[in-house]
Design a binder for this molecule. Sequence first.
Ligand code: UTP
Length: 299
Amino acid sequence: MSKVKKAIIPAAGLGTRFLPATKTVPKEMLTIVDAPIIFYVVEEAVKAGIEDIVLIAGRGKHSIEDFFDTSYELEDRLAKEGKSHLLDRLAHIRSMANIISIRQKQALGLGHAVLSGLPVVGKEPFAVLLGDEITMGFRGEPNVTAQLVSSFNETETSTIAIMEVLEKDVSKYGIADVEEVKPGFFKVNSLIEKPKPHQTKSRWALPGRYVFDSEIMNLLKNATPSLNGEIQLTDSMKVLCESRGLNAMTFKANRYDAGDKLGYLQANIELGLRNPELQSGLRDYILAISKKLKNGFLE
Ligand code: UTP
């Protein structure tokens, strides 16, 4: 039986890369095809066997909580109109997992957001899924969180997902200095948050999926702000490497930073192409419109 039953989903960031949309709409509520980003993140956690989900929400984030709640008026109307397919979908969303919402009163950084989940996770191991990162698994493969959970169950050591990025992109991510133990599986020696390319030789970036044992919470309690005045999760993970140890693994899935404009559009296209109703219309449109793009203008 899996030891990892809880997950923390930080969704209290300010989303400045997506302004002006995020002035009033939390970025986790922006839509990918027909559901908000956060839905896909929660779905990944549930498919990995997570039962309790701690949503770390901030100011103006009621819509996230409402999304996972009952909407009596709407459901009553759908029932009267016999729209059972939609009704079933809403019921599924409501019953996916126990959603517990905790407010992060100030956006003091990812480390602080994760620590805010302590009253729920206590001394248990837990997964962390960033609320604006979407992964889309390949047919027949377990999703990224499920791959991490399996590794944790086997090794009882905190395990994070890593992916290779280009040198010019290292400054956008937490970067791990790793040592390969077996194909696709690594020991983490150190970490650095959003380094300049000359500060690291590593190209292994953290895409926002983690499974931790409770030691990380002890470290976060004593953490102090660093880069950008925020409590950085990577600082405490760095200490974890030296104490209990930290594993990393590559994964089989496509991953999008949906909190970034390009990543958001790409996630919409991939999910649209995976949707049987939209697939052929969307493919034909993409092929046709790309041919019209000449010298930076659409003809
Ligand atoms: P980001 O690094 O994307 O930060 O956070 P952000 O502030 O939301 O976005 P930008 O850079 O201003 O556009 C990664 C994840 O961690 C959450 C965010 O909601 C996002 O899901 N987060 C970040 C918190 O929950 N609290 C924080 O204090 C910071």
